[in-house]
Design a protein around this ligand. Structure first.
Ligand code: DX5
Ligand code: ZN
Length: 226
């Protein structure tokens, strides 16, 4: 069996927000497969970040997909705005969606890719009835709201559980991990089945730049997959 393709999706949360256009271009040039926008409303998580207009202002700077990680209390209200802003993938939290099945259907109806996110304490069983609706499952490996937190290693059995749920679904669903990922922590997630890796601090803090950080994380994940 060939080694799975590993995608790296840098979070721009650590970026200098006065230079976002240049930054997403530099991330694409550095080998990023996607750009991960951590959208926070100050209610679902105690932080406030990118509105749709900010994302739209960066859309023409790069060709790679934009994914919006919606850490918001009312995703239904906001989803169309982030689609119009140019997001290709919309990731909603299971915990924030009263009618998750309908919300995921709405994302697909808008012509973009639906994904569901699980906080560390949320069991995998909560998404077993929406596996026919998603293109991606994102397992949080930190508690949402801030970058630079420590990777929660205990999430690895949960990642493996999601990988099994994906296998049983018979569908081509990406398994993404998000939070505290870098060359020193990505192996466990990749071994457990993750094929898309979000990294913020590990990418922005690398003294050798994006062009070193992004391939290094991808190579560390691939090495773990054997
Ligand atoms: C946290 C966000 C993550 C975070 C990743 O709420 O969803 O995407 O910004 O940043 P690092 O890689 O620094 O943990
Ligand atoms: Zn995120």
């Amino acid at each position: 069996m060939s080694a799975p393709e590993i995608q790296i999706s840098p979070s721009v949360l650590p970026a200098d927000f006065s230079r976002l256009g240049e930054t997403v271009k530099a991330l694409q040039d550095g080998g990023a497969d996607r750009i991960h926008w951590d959208v926070m409303d100050g209610v679902f998580v105690p932080n406030l970040t990118f509105g749709p207009d900010v994302i739209h202002s960066c859309r023409s700077s790069v060709d790679i997909p934009f994914e919006a990680h919606l850490m918001v209390i009312d995703a239904d209200e906001l989803i169309p705005r982030y689609v119009e802003a140019g997001c290709d993938i919309i990731l909603v939290h299971q915990e924030a969606c009263t009618h998750l099945h309908r919300t995921l259907e709405r994302i697909r109806d808008l012509g973009v890719s639906p994904g569901v996110v699980l906080n560390p304490a949320t069991p995998v069983v909560t998404i077993e009835h929406v596996m026919d609706l998603v293109d991606q499952v994102l397992v949080m490996t930190v508690n949402p709201g801030f970058g630079g937190q420590a990777y929660i290693e205990n999430m690895e059995p949960k990642i493996a559980q999601v990988a099994e749920l994906i296998r049983l679904s018979g569908r081509d669903i990406d398994l993404e991990v998000d939070g505290g990922l870098g060359v020193d922590t990505v192996a466990g997630s990749a071994e457990a089945g993750a094929n898309v890796v979000v990294a913020g601090s590990a990418v922005f803090k690398d003294p050798d730049g994006f062009g070193h950080a992004i391939p290094a994380i991808r190579d560390a994940a691939l090495a773990a997959c054997g």
